[in-house]
Design a protein. Structure first.
Length: 145
């Protein structure tokens, strides 16, 4: 099974991936981790797409993405999970990453990017802080059976 978890920064994608891998053995790739497959980026992308396609009927792979361009790497049949959060929650979490300070240019960037994934098709929509993550794991486990 291939699980694509996507959304803006600081929405809880990595947390969800950790919760899933605690119940279901999965290899996890994040962002451009696929570059470790080859030195050439184009070759690495092709190899990664082949790996993901093969995983549809074999191993379990989670691919965590914050860039819309990476959605095109997901094969048909992958479980697509959109993770969203309130803008103020995203800003708060981002500020924590930056030792409590959120510079104005960063806040502006977050505001401009907010909602950029909302129109993307998904199988499961997780709203950070509102969705029961254990229920999501149960849904995924059922898809594996």
């Amino acid at each position: 099974m291939v699980i694509g978890i996507f959304g803006e920064s600081c929405t809880g994608k990595s947390t969800l991936a950790e919760i899933i891998t605690a119940s279901i053995p999965c290899e996890v790739f994040t962002g451009k981790d696929y570059l470790r497959l080859a030195k050439n980026e184009n070759i690495a992308k092709v190899m990664f797409q082949k790996k993901l396609s093969a995983a549809l009927s074999g191993e379990n792979i989670i691919y965590v993405m914050t860039e819309k361009e990476h959605l095109s790497l997901l094969p048909e049949g992958a479980v697509r999970i959109l993770v969203t959060a309130d803008l103020e929650l995203i800003k708060s979490r981002f500020a924590q990453r930056m030792r409590g300070n959120l510079p104005a240019p960063v806040a502006t960037m977050l505001e401009k990017k907010h909602g950029c994934f909302d129109a993307e098709p998904c199988d499961i929509h997780v709203v950070s802080g509102e969705t029961d993550l254990d229920a999501i794991v149960n849904q995924i486990t059922e898809k594996l059976q």
